[in-house]
Design a protein around this ligand. Structure first.
Ligand code: ACO
Length: 402
């Protein structure tokens, strides 16, 4: 019941927890993380093992279906994906409609949503078979959209993939193949990309995944739920941080490497600036993904024979921040976005595409959560609120309002 004067509930209880800092939205068997110990596991397997020993498609299968695939299962999954890799030609017209300056995340989210117009049967997922079909369709078409988004940005003609290649190699080819030139595979780049995608593949109930679950809970289809997730990922406090980190590191570099200036800004409570790539809602110890990526950034640059002053800026900033009482007291450590951009940059991926790459990696996680939510028949997500606005007021006609 509601108190008619205050409009506050008088019976029952509504908990208020802005940002859901202490509120679980669901039970899930997909990803475990322990923020105090800096521990991350997909379906019980440590992120360190998976990043080292598995490939992205195996990890996608693991996240979505719960078990590491046998050789046969992986082959079938991959073949089913390959059979769905065609993206309707009409989709190119939609892409053509965007200006070259459009942010790739806006383009990707629109294209993902638009896919439903050409695959309407993917909305109705009353059986596990239908669900599987929707899943392989999006696993197949999403890399094409990612590649098209980048090619649009770079002004390159669009290209289709090659079914003879592995999933990530095919993505790499679709992104990088130059017109009128044969595609040359690059093992170092593909391995690095594979690892990055694995590290981004799931992270339990973060902002974008919760968005996918809550959108899907109205029984909207998979593709539009993913499109909502892409939009949620875009913000600089979430996936958009990877772009913001690199822009920040470049600014520091151009500012003669003056890390102290940026540290002071980050600590100044009157300045909205935050040290991008630092802090995490759950990790109050090192983000294990950042640990792997820091090492990987060194290896990839050295394997590709590149030197990047930005990596030195990042290491310098990390050192200063980890010794600063402001960051120590608040347990602010580098997160996954801190070093990922340096690797994307070394692979030749434009800065504005970084969050799109995050979305590519997060795809299986989003799918796994959407599937889990539907299979568990979860109710529609519909949080309550405590109303704090005006109570009862007499209506004033327009001509009498002042
Ligand atoms: N720089 C400076 N101060 C920070 C930072 C930062 N990067 N992160 C947190 N703080 C401070 C806050 O100002 C606050 O200080 P106060 O206690 O004096 O008020 C305290 O640390 C706690 O921060 P909250 O914002 O309450 O923590 P929350 O859990 O809500 O936010 C978040 C986590 C959004 C990741 C935050 O740390 C942040 O904005 N980081 C920078 C953006 C970023 O890197 N995002 C990527 C996260 S990883 C991912 O989504 C993939």
């Amino acid at each position: 019941a509601i108190d008619i004067k205050t409009l506050r509930p008088t019976t029952g209880m509504i908990t208020i927890d802005p940002g859901f800092k202490n509120t679980g939205s669901c039970e899930s068997a997909i990803t475990f993380l322990n923020g105090e110990k800096g521990m991350l596991r997909y379906r019980g397997y440590s992120i360190e093992d998976l990043a080292e020993k598995a490939d992205f498609l195996e990890v996608a299968y693991l996240l979505i279906f719960g078990e590491l695939p046998t050789k046969e299962q992986l082959k079938t999954f991959h073949n089913d994906i390959k059979a769905e890799s065609h993206v309707d030609e009409e989709m190119k017209k939609i892409l053509d409609g965007f200006p070259k300056s459009a942010h790739p995340m806006g383009v990707l989210s629109s294209l993902t949503s638009a896919l439903i117009a050409f695959n309407p049967s993917s909305v109705n997922v009353s059986s596990e078979k239908d669900m599987y079909h929707a899943i392989v369709r999006i696993m197949a078409k999403f890399p094409v959209l990612v590649a098209w988004t980048m090619r649009k940005k770079k002004g390159l003609p669009l290209d289709y993939g090659d079914d003879n290649l592995g999933y990530v190699e095919n993505l790499h080819k679709m992104m990088f193949k130059r017109p009128n030139k044969d595609y040359k595979t690059n093992k170092i780049a593909i391995d690095a990309l594979d690892k990055l995608l694995i590290l981004h593949a799931d992270h339990e109930q973060n902002c974008s995944t919760s968005t996918v679950r809550i959108t899907g809970s109205s029984h909207a289809g998979l593709f539009v739920s993913l499109s909502a997730g892409i939009s949620a990922l875009w913000g600089p406090l979430h996936g958009g941080a990877n772009q913001a980190v690199l822009e920040m590191l470049e600014a520091i570099d151009e500012d003669d490497g003056d890390t102290q200036k940026y540290m002071a800004k980050a600590k100044d409570k009157d300045d909205p600036f935050r040290l991008m790539g630092f802090g995490h809602r759950v990790y109050k110890n090192f983000d294990p993904r950042a640990k792997i990526l820091k090492k990987s950034a060194d290896e990839v640059l050295s394997d590709l024979g590149l030197e990047d002053p930005i990596l030195d800026v990042a290491k310098g900033l990390e050192k200063v921040a980890l010794e600063d009482p402001y960051f120590v007291d608040r347990k602010l450590y580098p997160n996954v976005d801190f070093y990922s951009g340096i690797i994307y940059r070394a692979l030749g991926i434009p800065t504005e595409m970084f969050t799109v790459m995050f979305a590519m990696g997060r795809l299986p996680g989003w799918i796994a959560h959407w599937r889990e939510m539907r299979l568990r028949n979860e109710p529609i997500g519909r949080p309550r609120q405590v109303y704090i606005g005006k109570t009862s007021r007499p209506f004033v006609p327009l001509k009498k309002r002042k």
